[in-house]
Design a binder for this molecule. Structure first.
Ligand code: NAD
Ligand code: UDP
Ligand code: UDP
Length: 325
C-alpha cells in the first residue's frame, strides 16, 4: 500500500456513484463505512463488496444523527433522478438539509474532512452558459424540482457556514449529469431510459422538442474527480464543477444511442417536465487548474460501455432486482 489507510464514511454508498466510490476507496486500501437507507438502491447492489474485510454497510437514514468514528466523509446520500427525488419531496429536502447538518456535526466532533456531492441543479435553468462557479443560478423555489435544487443549495450554505464558523475542512463539488454501468434501469434518467428503450426496440421518449442540452460525464472520470477534490489542499473548498463539457441536445443523444445500439427504435416526443433546464454545460477551468482534473472518456466510448452493461442486465432479469426501485 502506498498511502496511509484511512477510515472513510460514504453516505449514499449503495447508490450509483457511491458504489463506484466505495470500490475505488477499498482498492486504495482504506476502510469504508457505507451509510445508506436504500431509498433509491438496494443492499444487493453492493453484493460484491459485502464480504470485503475492510467494507462495512450500515442501514441508516442521514436525517438522523450518526455517531461513528471516521477520518473523511463523502456525503452523497440523496436521490438524484427527478423520478426518485419527486417521489417524496419532503424527504428529499430533509435528506439534503438535515443530512448535511448531521454529517457536518459528525465532521465537527471528529475534526474530519467532509465532501458534499452538490449538483449542477444549483444553477437551475441557467442564464449563464457554460456555467461557471461564480454564477448564482436561476432556480424556482416552489416548483416540483425545488426540493432537490433548494435542498442542495441549502446544504452548500451549511457547508460554508460550518467552514466559516467552525473552521471545518470542507469540499463542495457540483456534479453535472453522470452516467455509466450500475445506473438504475428504471430511475427515469435520460441515458438509462434511452439505452433500455433502444435495446428493447421500444420508442425513445424525447421530452419536449429535444433541443434542450446536457453534458454527460462517464462515471470513472467523475469518481476520480471526487477523490482528487478530497485529497486537495485544505484551502480548496470549492465549489468546483465536475462534469464533461461535451454538450449535446437530447435529440442528438437519442440518435447517437440508436446508432450505437443498432436499434430499430423510433423517436417519439412527450411533454417537457416543468422547469426542465434548457441548457447545461460545465466550465471546468477550476477543476483543471486546482485539481489537475479533466474527463478522459469520450461520450461514444462511455455510452458503448454503458450499453454493454444494460445489454447484460436485460439478458439476466435476476440481476435487475439488484439495482433498486
Ligand atoms: P442514487 O440515487 O443512485 O444514490 C443515492 C443514494 O443515497 C442511494 O443509495 C439512496 O438509497 C441513498 N439515500 C437517499 N436518501 C438517503 C437518506 N436519507 N439516508 C441515507 N441514504 C440515503 O444517485 P447517484 O447518482 O449515485 O447520486 C449520488 C449523489 O450525487 C447525490 O447526492 C446526487 O445528488 C449527486 N449527483 C449525482 C448526479 C448524477 O448525474 N448521477 C449529478 C449531480 C449530483
Ligand atoms: N451529530 C451527529 N454525529 C456526531 C455529532 C453531531 O450526527 O458525531 C449531529 C447532531 O445530531 C447535531 C448535528 O449533528 O444535531 C449538528 O451538530 P453540531 O455540533 O453542529 O450542533 P449542535 O449539536 O450544537 O446542535
Ligand atoms: N429526458 C428525455 N427523455 C427521457 C428522460 C429525460 O428527453 O426519457 C430529458 C429531460 O427532460 C432532460 C434531460 O433529458 O431535459 C435530462 O434528464 P435527466 O432526468 O436525466 O436529468 P436532469 O434533468 O436532472 O439533468
Amino acid at each position: 500500500m502506498t498511502i496511509a489507510s484511512k477510515r472513510i464514511v460514504v453516505t449514499g454508498g449503495a447508490g450509483f456513484l457511491g458504489s463506484h466510490l466505495c470500490e475505488l476507496l477499498l482498492a486504495q486500501g482504506h476502510e469504508v463505512l457505507c451509510i445508506d437507507n436504500f431509498f433509491s438502491s438496494t443492499r444487493r447492489g453492493l453484493a460484491h463488496l459485502l464480504e470485503h474485510p475492510r467494507f462495512e454497510l450500515q442501514r441508516h437514514d442521514v436525517t438522523w444523527p450518526l455517531y461513528v468514528e471516521t477520518d473523511e466523509i463523502y456525503n452523497l446520500a440523496c436521490p438524484a433522478s427527478p423520478v426518485h427525488y419527486q417521489h417524496d419531496p419532503v424527504q428529499t429536502t430533509k435528506t439534503s438539509v438535515h443530512g448535511a447538518i448531521n454529517m457536518l456535526g459528525l465532521a465537527k466532533r471528529l475534526g474530519a474532512k467532509i465532501l458534499q456531492a452538490s449538483t449542477s441543479e444549483v444553477y437551475g435553468d441557467p442564464a449563464v452558459h457554460p456555467q461557471v462557479e461564480e454564477y448564482w443560478g436561476n432556480v424556482n423555489p416552489i416548483g416540483p424540482r425545488s426540493c432537490y435544487d433548494e435542498g442542495k443549495r441549502c446544504a452548500e450554505t451549511l457547508f460554508f457556514d460550518y467552514h466559516r464558523q467552525h473552521q471545518l475542512r470542507i469540499k463542495v463539488v457540483r456534479i453535472f449529469n453522470t452516467y455509466g454501468p450500475r445506473m438504475h434501469p428504471n430511475d427515469g434518467r435520460v441515458v438509462s431510459n434511452f439505452i433500455v428503450q433502444a435495446l428493447r426496440g421500444d420508442d425513445i421518449t424525447v421530452f419536449g422538442d429535444g433541443a434542450q442540452t446536457r453534458s454527460f460525464c462517464y462515471v470513472s472520470d467523475l469518481i476520480d474527480g471526487l477523490h482528487r477534490m478530497m485529497q486537495s489542499a485544505d484551502d480548496i473548498t470549492g465549489p468546483i464543477n465536475l462534469g464533461n463539457p461535451e454538450e449535446c441536445t437530447m435529440r442528438e443523444l437519442a440518435e447517437l444511442i440508436i446508432t450505437l445500439v443498432g436499434s430499430t427504435s423510433k423517436v417519439v416526443t412527450r411533454p417537457l417536465p416543468i422547469d426542465d433546464p434548457r441548457q447545461r454545460r460545465p466550465d471546468i477551468s477550476k477543476a483543471r487548474a486546482l485539481l489537475g482534473w479533466s474527463p478522459s472518456i469520450p461520450m461514444r466510448e462511455g455510452l458503448a460501455k454503458t450499453i454493454d452493461y444494460f445489454d447484460t442486465l436485460l439478458a439476466n432479469p435476476s440481476m435487475a432486482g439488484a439495482i433498486g426501485r
